[in-house]
Design a protein around this ligand. Structure first.
Ligand code: HXC
Length: 267
């Protein structure tokens, strides 16, 4: 679908997208790139980021891939530094890296719970923390009049309760809280806007292929307002929040789910 935004709304900006090699993270990378940004994608799997970078190049998007795990402090620091070294600035950080699996709480080990918290919540905070010096107003390479933007991808899992995702629900709830706290502190101190996006079920992503039981899928498909979103819908929300269209928006979590959460819990 054609973008409703002008092609230059993030022209000259540099974005780092964790989990940018696939799914929602890739689509956000692509759309930021198609609207003028240069892109660094971070991911754990080299072959995934290599093919994502090749796909971005084929669409004319300046892009680099940086291997790394958001759970590792050294990886996070190296990826942020490499993005700055390569492009000379950093304006937008998108935290899209996530881990998840379906398991009844009774059978989830504390280490399994912690693994997802470490990837989603601590990983999000770690990347924000490492990127702060580049994103803040007056940071190296930046336009001196404005700070950057952070977008944290969460979910609607925790608005009610979601079966067999106690770990991811807790992790995503905490991400929304991190978004608000950073928006307050860094919006005030550093002119950085920090917002979130809470996607509902999005077609052709791990969130659906890996996590949604078949009976839930058929229910979603039955009802007009329960249809799947597209990755594009999430990327358009990211463009709004990253660009000047969202220049007075700080500390919000934009729900992009077609209204699914209104009737949660679903089953
Ligand atoms: C129960 C599991 C499990 C499973 C792992 N664990 N998978 N427990 N059921 N299916 C437990 C392990 O037993 C172990 O605990 C602990 O978790 C760590 O597992 P590892 O395999 O060592 O971890 P790691 O290799 O780092 O893998 C991370 C992962 C994995 C999160 C567990 O699934 C992953 O990396 N997935 C790729 C990314 C991904 O799934 N993305 C989906 C995003 S979708 P013990 O106690 O045995 O040591 C998404 C959408 C949210 O986020 C919104 C949905 C609508």
């Amino acid at each position: 679908m054609e973008s409703p935004f002008k092609a230059d709304i993030v022209k000259g900006k540099v974005a780092l997208v964790t989990g940018g090699g696939s799914g929602i993270g890739y689509e956000i990378s692509l759309q930021l790139g198609k609207h003028g940004a240069s892109i660094a994608i971070m991911g754990r799997r080299k072959h995934v980021i290599d093919s994502a970078v090749a796909a971005l190049h084929s669409q004319g998007v300046p892009a680099i891939g940086l291997e790394g795990d958001v759970r590792k402090d050294d990886d996070a620091a190296r990826v942020v530094e490499s993005t700055f070294k390569h492009f000379g600035r950093l304006d937008i950080l998108v935290n899209a890296a996530a881990g998840n699996f379906l398991v009844p709480a009774e059978y989830l080990s504390p280490n399994g719970f912690q693994t997802v918290i470490d990837i989603d919540t601590v990983g999000t905070f770690r990347m924000c923390h490492k990127a702060l010096k580049y994103l803040k107003k007056g940071g190296p390479g930046k336009d001196p009049s404005t700070g950057g933007a952070i977008i944290n991808i969460s979910a609607i899992l925790h608005y009610g309760a979601t079966w067999y995702q106690i770990h991811a629900s807790a992790a995503k709830a905490a991400i929304d809280s991190v978004t608000r706290s950073l928006a307050l502190e860094w919006g005030t101190d550093h002119d950085i806007r920090v917002n979130g996006i809470a996607p509902g079920a999005v077609d052709d992503t791990a969130g659906v292929t890996k996590l949604a039981p078949e009976e839930m899928l058929s229910k979603i498909k039955e009802k007009p307002l329960y249809k799947f979103g597209e990755k594009w819908d999430i990327a358009m929300a990211a463009l709004y929040l990253a660009s000047d269209a969202g220049k007075f928006v700080n500390g919000t979590v934009l729900v992009v789910d077609g209204g699914q959460w209104l009737s949660m819990p679903r089953l």
